[in-house]
Write a protein that binds this ligand. Structure first.
Ligand SMILES: NC(=O)c1ccc[n+]([C@@H]2O[C@H](COP(=O)([O-])OP(=O)(O)OC[C@H]3O[C@@H](n4cnc5c(N)ncnc54)[C@H](OP(=O)(O)O)[C@@H]3O)[C@@H](O)[C@H]2O)c1
Length: 294
């Protein structure tokens, strides 16, 4: 594996932040259902060290993972941070005492969320804060991102936030957010079998805005497909590597943040950046979106 290539590099528009296209999503560093401590905290620390040593310079997180625990583990493992490390966080939700996910976008709540991220990550300013809309499978049309983006833009003027992104959003949400402040990235659910955002990805590519798919490996229900398995076998790779390589191939503005709590899976996922998919495999994978899971 060439640790340094990691899919090439991409600069968040209008910023000095350049990252490798293969990054890391830190959500899995909390316990089961992303609630409470992880089963193996030492392994989580090793995952973060290995990621950085392999050249990863883009970590996606949130203070509602755990809650607080994922950010505290990132700080324990990596603080003081390397200058080139870009940590992207998100605000717009909190966890109930039972682990439930509660959407919240009030002004004071968002301000407190930014301060929670700053404190638990040990930072004076956050590189990128994503305003997270509502809805996982599909964004909620009733959500208006503009008041939330206004609050984060206010914190940006105070120097607490460097840049603003959005997540769990539609094309209209993105345009609405852009009417308030420059948007430097968009994060939504997308993978080789869930492609409702195809048009949005192309539109963002034309604007040089990165699209960062969450659940690139299927999330809580990891991808299972005979087509993926067959493609992987033909390439001497794993199905997860093929799924990640397909995303890198799909569009140059796609940045990856696959999540794992395992050093073995991390190594496997990073190596996917070196996997070139032949044209016939890409054609086969194009038909996967309609295939039922095996
Ligand atoms: N904006 C949002 O609403 C939102 C929602 C969800 C996630 N996110 C972000 O997106 C990132 C990625 O999403 P995700 O972590 O939920 O899902 P994912 O990357 O699609 O998949 C993670 C799951 O796949 C497993 N896995 C990882 N690598 C594997 C491999 N090589 N072979 C087999 N299994 C593997 C992980 O288990 P192991 O730990 O055992 O490897 C975990 O169960 C998150 O970390 C988070 O930062 C954002």
């Amino acid at each position: 594996m060439s640790a340094i290539n990691l899919g090439g590099r991409f600069t968040f528009p209008g910023t000095s932040l350049t990252v490798h296209r293969m990054g890391y999503g830190a959500m899995q560093l909390s316990g089961p259902h992303i609630f409470g401590p992880p089963k193996d905290r030492a392994e989580c620390i090793r995952v973060l060290h290995q990621a950085i040593e392999s050249g990863v310079d883009h970590i996606d997180t949130s203070d509602f993972y755990g809650p607080h625990i994922t950010n505290q583990i990132i700080k324990e493992a990596l603080h003081p941070y390397r200058d080139n490390l870009v940590i992207v966080t998100k605000v717009g939700a909190r966890r109930g005492p039972d682990g439930s996910w509660i959407q919240e976008h009030g002004r004071q709540f968002l301000i407190d969320s930014v301060h929670d991220n700053l404190r638990n990550l040990g930072l004076d300013a956050l590189d990128i804060v994503n305003v997270r809309g509502t809805g996982i499978e599909s964004p909620d049309d009733k959500f208006d991102p503009r008041p939330s983006v206004e609050v984060i833009a206010e914190l940006q003027r105070q120097g607490l936030v460097r840049h603003i992104g959005v997540s769990n959003v539609s094309a209209k949400h993105v345009a609405d957010a852009q009417s308030i402040a420059p948007i430097v990235c968009v994060q939504n659910l997308y993978n080789v079998v869930k492609r409702t955002d195809d048009a949005l990805i192309d539109d963002l590519a034309a604007q040089h805005i990165p699209y960062v798919p969450f659940f690139p490996l299927g999330g809580f229900t990891p991808l299972q497909s005979t087509t993926l398995n067959d493609a992987a076998a033909s390439l001497n790779a794993t199905p997860m590597q093929v799924a990640l390589a397909w995303l890198l191939h799909r569009s140059p503005n796609i940045l990856l943040i696959p999540g794992t709590s395992s050093t073995g899976h991390l190594k496997e996922n990073l190596a996917a950046a070196d996997l070139t998919l032949p044209a016939d495999v890409i054609k086969t994978l194009e038909g996967l979106t309609t295939e039922k899971s095996a």
